[in-house]
Ligand binder design. Sequence first.
Ligand SMILES: Cc1cc2nc3c(=O)[nH]c(=O)nc-3n(C[C@H](O)[C@H](O)[C@H](O)COP(=O)(O)OP(=O)(O)OC[C@H]3O[C@@H](n4cnc5c(N)ncnc54)[C@H](O)[C@@H]3O)c2cc1C
Length: 384
Amino acid sequence: MKHRVVVLGAGFGGLELTTLLSDALGDSIDVLLIDKADCFVFGFSKLDVMFWRQPPAAVQHPYSAIVKPGVRVLKAVVREIDPAGKRVVTDAGTFEADVLVVALGADYDQAATPGLVEEGTEFYSVPGAFALRDVLPRFERGPVIVGVTGKSFKCPPAPSEAALLVHDFLEERGRRESAEIALVMPFGTPIPPSPETSQAILAAFEERGIRFVKDNLVKALEPGRKVAVLSDGSELPYSLFLGIPVHRVPQVVVESGLASHPYDWVPVNKQTLETKYPGVYAVGDVNGVGTPKAGVFAEGAARVVAESIIAQLRGLTSPAVYLGQGACYVEFGHGQVGRVDVDFLSGPKPSGTFREPSEMLVREKSVFGSSRLERWFGGVPQRK
Ligand SMILES: Cc1cc2nc3c(=O)[nH]c(=O)nc-3n(C[C@H](O)[C@H](O)[C@H](O)COP(=O)(O)OP(=O)(O)OC[C@H]3O[C@@H](n4cnc5c(N)ncnc54)[C@H](O)[C@@H]3O)c2cc1C
């Protein structure tokens, strides 16, 4: 019987892992990749759609395009995970595994921030970002807040990018003069591990008149009064609120016992990404390894798990150890892209190196996306 690997979640982590296993082992392995969605969307594409840089159809990549030796893709909702028995119940059947990989990402708990559901303008989910595409052109004047509502959130540069891109969006439409932009963040600087990157972002804010409200969270919105209540007790008025919702462990993962509560990301061995259950791994945003919640880190974790599975099947010891390193592109607006190379686990504390915005980085970011689509999907599939 073939070795059965069941991968839950076809995001950055699940797609990378599946591709590496298929490339190395072909149809000598049986990989089942399960996702409830019918297409993949890059995190950064949410900003592209919301700010009219890309149409929605161009950023939705259907899973039906995946044809790889040894891989089956199943559209189904994961309802139960039994990590001890390596068994998964979905709405399309029950599956048993020799190796189980949980790559279900982070969910959003919009209701944790009073007023956010009513206001309805978060941009971290696909439906939220796509809906804002129609809201933004109608905005004419008043204060705009880009507001973080919880301490642990995906892609730490994304709120700063949103503030810079909303500036461009309003400027291009002649409305920037009639709007004030503020960014509320729970950190003292935009990218704490990299003072140089933070300095460059703060300089861009200063140049564009964007207010950086540091060490604060948006705790509640009062849509009736159009006021955001911050964690220090102060209030900020808004006409348009662009929210980053509270992130949480998916409920099915909490119920499996892999995480002890909704805000406790799955504990794993920091070097191997294995959970306390042998042969059960947690990859990407869902784990609590301590790296930022970003695609590049999910991908790095998937690489370690893939190498470990391949080594086991070949009767070898895995040489791979998770290093917690990754490069994140940062949109500075005005068509500029910079990069921060971060290292979370190898030194005494997280560190980051800044690469100034350049034409080369604009191209590099584009290749970052297209090369993933080529490897994962065999091209750039788009929804019809
Ligand atoms: C605005 C924004 C900008 C970003 N920009 C960047 C960037 O520039 N660079 C970068 O590296 N990262 C970026 N990110 C972060 C990046 O998108 C995530 O960190 C990354 O996708 C995490 O990968 P993952 O595999 O852990 O989870 P995900 O990619 O979120 O995949 C999880 C998958 O699990 C599926 N799933 C969840 N629950 C179930 C269930 N019960 N049953 C079946 N399927 C389920 C989901 O449908 C999803 O496809 C950005 C994020 C946002 C929101």
